[in-house]
Design a protein around this ligand. Structure first.
Ligand code: ATP
Length: 326
């Protein structure tokens, strides 16, 4: 295996709070271990256009508490073409970067896997996504912060929901994963969560109504994961208006507020551990793996597993939510 002297680092896909803490950890741990570090701006796009800066320890000073990513992030269509990836490889050769640390979600790690195979290039991935939808890790960078943001937003919405005796559908992110909706519902004391994982098994709206969810309450809050499978909060509200017109229904889509803000302590610690672990992985001759955390221990998950497998939700939580909402 060729010796690694210089490590490149980039953030890709949707930003997530804690990415900066991970950039800091990768940079400092790499320098501590004698590597050179280069920051690649705007994800894979920057790899193609050559937006690259040498990083020293002070490039990552005072960022652990900042949301977003100082490296910026982007979605690059060009990187999805073989020609784009050839250009990206040429940039790496020109910049004398011998290994990459990619912080991003499912799509970013899919791109990393393809690139690593095509050019036999060492890459270590760090799961950075608020969706928590990567297999092989108990949690992902940004998930805890987003969950806390959702909880605080729902607390506020509850005040108005209670005053007006309304049924609120609150849409949260998650693409095709219900982690934010389900755990957000438990954390905020919501009545139910509508999630994609069980959408083909039960009609979740009917279950909700059937369980008499408004019997003893003067307001109801239901968290809905954004997904074609659930129809989102709008889809739910339209159904209620048609099928149960007696309810006064309202919709709130939390949107990008969920991505922002200063990372929680849990996310800062997770990012710091994963960032340092990415450099340990390279020192260990690990290639094309994602850093994961399982039962509080760092693990290496091959890209193929992390991307291809669907991470299951904890179904016990559905029952807990049901019991606690009576
Ligand atoms: P999030 O979970 O927050 O949306 P993500 O990493 O899944 O983050 P994507 O937009 O899916 O975000 O992917 C980010 C980038 O990764 C894409 O813009 C593209 O450059 C690259 N990428 C994704 N899929 C592929 C692929 N099949 N081949 C090559 N590159 C890819």
């Amino acid at each position: 295996m060729a010796e690694i002297k210089c490590v490149g680092i980039l953030t890709s896909g949707g930003d997530a709070p804690g990415m900066n803490a991970a950039i800091r950890a990768v940079t400092r741990s790499a320098i501590y271990n004698g590597f050179e570090v280069k920051g690649i701006y705007r994800g894979y796009r920057g790899l193609i256009t050559g937006e690259i800066v040498q990083f020293r320890t002070n490039n990552v000073s005072n960022i652990i508490q900042q949301g977003g990513t100082i490296l910026k992030t982007a979605r690059s269509k060009e990187f999805m073409t073989p020609e784009g990836r050839v250009t990206a490889h040429e940039t790496l050769l020109k910049e004398k970067i011998d290994a990459l640390v990619v912080i991003g979600g499912d799509g970013s790690l899919t791109g990393a896997r393809i690139f690593a195979q095509e050019f036999n290039f060492p890459i270590v991935g760090i799961p950075g996504t608020i969706d928590n939808d990567l297999y092989g890790t108990d949690t992902t960078i940004g998930y805890d912060t987003a969950l806390n943001t959702i909880m605080e937003a729902v607390d506020k919405i509850r005040d108005t929901a209670t005053s007006h005796e309304r049924l609120f559908f609150i849409e949260v992110m998650g693409r095709d994963a219900g982690f934010l909706a389900l755990n957000g519902a438990i954390a905020s004391g919501a009545e139910a969560a509508i999630i994609p994982e069980i959408s083909t098994e039960v009609d979740q709206l009917e279950e909700l109504i059937k369980n008499g969810f408004r019997k003893s309450k003067n307001s109801s809050i239901v968290l809905v994961a954004e997904s074609e499978l659930t129809g989102g909060a709008m889809g739910m509200a339209e159904r209620v208006k048609k099928e149960y017109p007696e309810y006064d229904v309202r919709v709130t889509i939390l949107g990008h507020i969920q991505r922002g803000g200063s990372p929680t302590a849990a996310d800062r610690i997770l990012s710091s551990r994963m960032g340092a672990a990415a450099i340990d992985a390279l020192l260990d001759d690990q290639r094309n793996v994602m850093i994961g955390i399982q039962d509080d221990k760092i693990v290496y998950i091959p890209f193929s597993k992390a991307i291809k497998n669907q991470k299951p939700i904890n179904r016990d939580l559905l029952n807990t939510l049901k019991i606690l909402s009576i």
